[in-house]
Design a binder for this molecule. Structure first.
Ligand code: ADP
Length: 380
């Protein structure tokens, strides 16, 4: 078990590709932190720098009390699970799981065997130990790769999209298993994925990256309810948040689709925190609700397309030719082409400065962590 710290870490490839820029983060001992972002945002580079598989251009990576920048991968006390599992095809499962441990420890064969069997049991593969990887399913291979990491009993687990080669059902199942294992072992875990849903369901905290830059760090609830900026608001949540260009005029947000009266308190706050009158109003599909036509901020809409998703329904609405999405659970009485009025509550609304992309409704969003002040500012 160990803390992990990134201090102003930067990675430049080929002199001009900045993959990670001035990244700082403190990960607590035993925490499960997920790094999420679109393809090319620098997630794997961060993890690989922590693993020792990639050099660090500047800044410091610290595991426990040790700056590990110049420590080779095999001496970092981390165990990594890769997307493609990286199992040796000619070795049995038992050998795959014990090989690394035999190389890096002076445990006796009996002790190694005991650890392998314990980990295999934990992963439910105790019957597969004498098989070769090729005769196992993708899910079983994934378990072997995870089991191999567990056997090492490392200070930190590193996981690079470990579930992305599995089908949706197995992926959902393995998410729960990985959480259970992490709960049991309490090993600090840094997990990388491009899948925001995976990040939200598994992690103590989520780290959102875009183009090598940290966008926000917070609990799943924080990044969902209080996205720091447009990027996070758009990236987190499915279906995505609706966005409308609006201008603030008095206590009113005026847009092409509709206008919305806000309280003077919110209007004041928006004026204080935005650079101009040009704003973007954001509302999540699940926060759009039916309204009486006479009520305040009623928005007349037409149901353009209805997409049922199990018990869930996505309504693709049109208001003055501008499209947006409403999400409602359970039964309803509407058909495509129907007209009705919708609205949303002021406290569910997000307002972004169009110029900076910053969410002006969020109080002191988790600041970009500064190692010097981290313990004072970090939310848990
Ligand atoms: P992610 O894991 O989020 O998909 P990566 O960390 O793989 O992102 O990549 C971040 C950026 O660094 C991308 O622009 C990618 O093209 C670049 N990059 C990654 N690895 C290398 C490399 N070995 N050489 C040059 N550029 C690289």
């Amino acid at each position: 078990m160990s803390e992990v710290r990134f201090k102003n870490v930067r990675k430049v490839y080929d002199d001009d590709i900045v993959a990670v820029d001035d990244f700082s983060l403190d990960i607590e001992d035993g925490e499960f932190v997920t790094i999420v972002g679109p393809s090319g945002s620098g997630k794997s580079t961060l993890l690989r720098m922590l693993a020792g598989l990639e050099s660090i251009s500047s800044g410091e990576v610290i595991i426990g009390d040790t700056v590990v920048n110049d420590i080779p991968a095999q001496n970092r006390d981390v165990a990594m699970v890769f997307q493609n599992y990286a199992l040796y095809p000619h070795m049995t499962v038992r050998k795959n799981m014990s090989y690394g441990l035999k190389l890096t420890s002076d445990l006796s064969n009996a002790e190694v065997d005991e650890r392998v069997e314990e980990a295999a049991e934990m992963m439910g593969i105790e019957d597969q130990l004498e098989k070769k990887p090729a005769s196992l399913s993708g899910g079983q291979q994934q378990r072997v790769a995870t089991g191999r990491a567990i056997v090492r009993d490392p200070a930190v687990f590193l996981m690079d999209e470990p579930l992305s080669n599995l089908d949706a059902k197995l992926r959902a199942h393995m998410r729960i298993e990985l959480q259970r294992i992490q709960d049991d072992l309490k090993t600090t875990t840094v997990y990388v994925t491009h899948d925001q849903e995976e990040a939200l369901t598994m992690s103590d905290r989520v780290v959102i990256l875009d183009q090598g830059e940290l966008q926000q760090v917070g609990t799943p609830g924080e990044v969902f309810d209080e996205p720091a900026n447009l990027f996070v608001a758009d990236f987190i949540g499915s279906p995505s948040m609706n966005f409308f260009d609006v201008e603030i005029v008095g206590n009113r947000l005026e847009g092409k689709a509709f206008s919305y009266d806000i309280s003077s308190k919110v209007a004041e706050r928006v004026r204080e925190r935005s650079n101009s009158n040009e704003l973007i109003l954001g509302i999540r599909p699940e926060h759009v609700k039916f309204a009486d036509s006479g009520s305040v901020n009623a928005i007349p809409a037409t149901l353009d397309v209805h997409e049922p998703v199990g018990d869930d329904n996505y309504f693709y609405l049109k208001v003055n030719d501008i499209e947006f999405t409403m999400r409602i659970m359970g039964d309803h009485k509407y058909d495509e082409g129907d007209e009705f009025t919708v609205t949303f509550d002021e406290d569910k609304m997000h307002i972004f400065d169009r110029e900076t992309g910053k969410n002006v409704m969020v109080d002191d969003v988790e600041p970009v962590p500064n190692p010097e002040t981290e313990s004072a500012t970090q939310r848990t």
